[in-house]
Every structure is written in C-alpha cells, then in structure tokens.
Write a protein that binds this ligand. Structure first.
Ligand SMILES: Cc1ncc(C[n+]2csc(CCOP(=O)(O)OP(=O)(O)O)c2C)c(N)n1
Ligand SMILES: [Mg+2]
Length: 322
C-alpha cells in the first residue's frame, strides 16, 4: 500500500490522474451505500461529478501548499494523497481514520499532504487559507495556499472580507469556487444575481478565470498559472470551476428539485470519460477501474475490521500540552 506522499507523486502520470478520479467516484459510491445501509451514522456530502477539480488541483500543487476545503471534501483529500483507508476510517469513526476516527466525514485533515482541516461551516475555510498564505509571506516561504469552496459560500461575508485583505496584502492564495449550481436544495439564480461568480473578483482587483471544471487538463492549467503568479509575488487569483454534483446535497437528498434532463446533460461531459479520451486511455479504463475497485474493497474490509477509538480519545488534542 502506497504512502500518502507516494500517492501524491502518482498524479504526475496520466494513468495516476485517471486512476485517482475513478478512485474518488468509486469511493463515494461505497460511502453512499454504507450510509444508506445504516453502517455509518450522521450525514455525508458526496462529490461525484466534481473529480476533475479535485485531481486537477492536487496535480498542480506541491504537498507543502496548504489547502482548505469543505464538508464535500472526500475527493480533495484522496486527490491530495490521503489513503482510502484513512479517509473511510475517519468517515466511519474508526481508529484507522485520519484523525483517529473522532472527526467524521466533514472533518478531514492531513498536514503531510497539505490538507488543513475541512470545514462544515460554509465559507469558514476561506480566511483560514488566507492565514496560511500570510504565514508563508511572513516566513518568506514560497508556499501557495488554496481555499476550495462552493458557489453558495461566495454570498458569505468571510468570502468578501478575505478577498479584500488578500488583495491589499498581495497574499499568495488561490480562491477556487466549485460552482455546482446549487447551495443545498436551492439553484444559484434564486440566491445570487450573477451567474459567473468570477465577476466578483473585479471588486477586489483580483485576476479571475472561468474554468471548465469537467476538464482535468483545464483545471490543472488554470491552477498552474495562478500558482506561478502567486509564487512570484503576484498575489491572489479567483478561479471559478463550472462543475456539477451528481448526487444530492447530502446523504438522503435525491435531488427532486433538479429540472428534468439536467443530470443527464452533465453526465454527457463526465470528467472521467473526458480525461480518458483526451489522454488516450479509453482502452485502459476497465483495467484501471478493476484495479481501483480491488484496492477499495480491501480498504473497506480493513476499516470495517478496525476498532472504534477508545472513549478517552475525545478528550485528547483538545488543548495543547507542552
Ligand atoms: C454558515 C453556514 N450557513 C449554513 C450552513 C448550512 N449549509 C450547509 S451546506 C450549505 C450549502 C452550501 O452550498 P455551496 O457553498 O454551493 O457548496 P456545495 O454544498 O454546493 O458544495 C448550507 C447552506 C452551514 N453549514 N454554514
Ligand atoms: Mg454549490
């Protein structure tokens, strides 16, 4: 089994990038099944359909670049290099989880690959990423911090306050919007008067790009451009990834509010198929998927057999002890 840094390295190869997108898709399918059969309690938010954003982003960053993301963050965690056992272990509340099983689906973290905690509060990771960028600036390191968040989060005060300060201080930070057209059960036009959220960057004199979030290559290219500018002292960039979540908002939501044909239309531009085509890997697809599934089945068995954390675990790591 590869370590998380080895897994990150695998993204330098097209087969590795395709395999990771398939892994995220298959992983989320298993998480959904485990929740629906009642094996795991609580709720979970899946990112099927948004794989190209996660993998394209991770492929363009260094493991030392800090990333914050949301409760819909299983895919970003796997893309950055966290192992399926560690992510599923956390989701299922087992001691093999990233945080020993005390965090759950919405609270993943692995500093080795740059994953700062994922956030359940909408917009909360945005100022934290700016803080990480300020750390890099003050310590004269060339790390670039990234905040990944949804379209709904661009209506939160923390988004506007952070973009403002990041521009004034020229912080090395990327703001990556996963515009999947919905905030919970509400379509974007009912909450937001513009459809291109990238337009919001102009108020803060921040460069912005609208990106095809279904295309791994376009995501990676846009992130690479923005990262290069930030490492060079050019300050923040806003990237709006146009994408779509295939599942509902959370565990039991089947998406009855979607217009007929919308899901089918987006499925025609599925990120995994698009990348397999553009990378010339269509014929390898089945073999790669079979390999990924075998590894995931082993991870699920390992997690199911792992113990829950002891009760004292909830009192650990609450205060810093010297
Ligand atoms: C501050 C805050 N308000 C409301 C919620 C409840 N809530 C959870 S997810 C969500 C929708 C956010 O939509 P978006 O930012 O587009 O992200 P997506 O879920 O689509 O990835 C809301 C309103 C919350 N978690 N935090
Ligand atoms: Mg959304």
């Amino acid at each position: 089994m590869s370590t998380n840094l080895e897994r990150r390295q695998q993204l330098s190869d097209p087969v590795g990038r395709l395999a990771r997108m398939i892994e995220i898709r298959e992983f989320e399918g298993r998480v959904k099944a485990l929740f629906l059969e009642g094996t795991v309690s609580g709720t979970t938010h899946l990112c099927e359909g948004q794989e190209a954003v996660a993998v394209g982003l991770a492929a363009a960053l260094r493991p030392t670049d800090p990333v914050t993301c949301t409760y819909r963050g299983h895919g970003v965690a796997l893309a950055l290099g966290c192992t399926p056992t560690a992510v599923l272990g956390e989701i299922m509340g087992r001691s093999v989880g990233l945080l020993g099983g005390v965090g759950g689906s919405m609270h993943l973290c692995d500093p080795d690959v740059g994953l700062l905690p994922t956030f359940a509060i909408v917009g909360a990771g945005i100022p934290v990423a700016a803080g990480a960028a300020l750390t890099a600036q003050v310590r004269d390191r060339d790390d670039v911090a990234v905040a990944v968040f949804g379209d709904g989060a661009t209506n939160i005060g923390a988004f506007h306050e952070t973009l403002n300060l990041a521009a004034v201080w020229r912080l090395p930070v990327l703001f990556v919007i996963e515009n999947n057209l919905y905030g919970e059960y509400t379509p974007l036009p009912r909450t937001t008067p513009i459809s291109d959220l990238a337009d919001r960057a102009a108020s803060y004199a921040i460069p912005a790009e609208i990106v095809d979030g279904q295309s791994l290559d376009e995501v990676s290219a846009a992130v690479s451009r923005a990262v290069a500018r930030a490492r060079d002292g050019g300050g923040p960039t806003l990237l709006e990834m146009k994408t779509y979540r295939y599942s509902g908002h959370s565990r039991t939501d089947t998406g009855p509010y979607r217009p007929d044909g919308e899901l089918e239309a987006w499925s025609k531009r599925d990120p995994i198929t698009l990348y397999a085509e553009s990378a010339g890997l269509l014929r390898e697809l089945d073999a790669i998927r079979a390999d990924v599934i075998a590894q995931l089945d082993a991870a699920v068995a390992e997690v199911k057999a792992a113990p829950a954390p002891p009760i004292e675990a909830m009192f650990r790591n609450v205060v810093a002890e010297s």
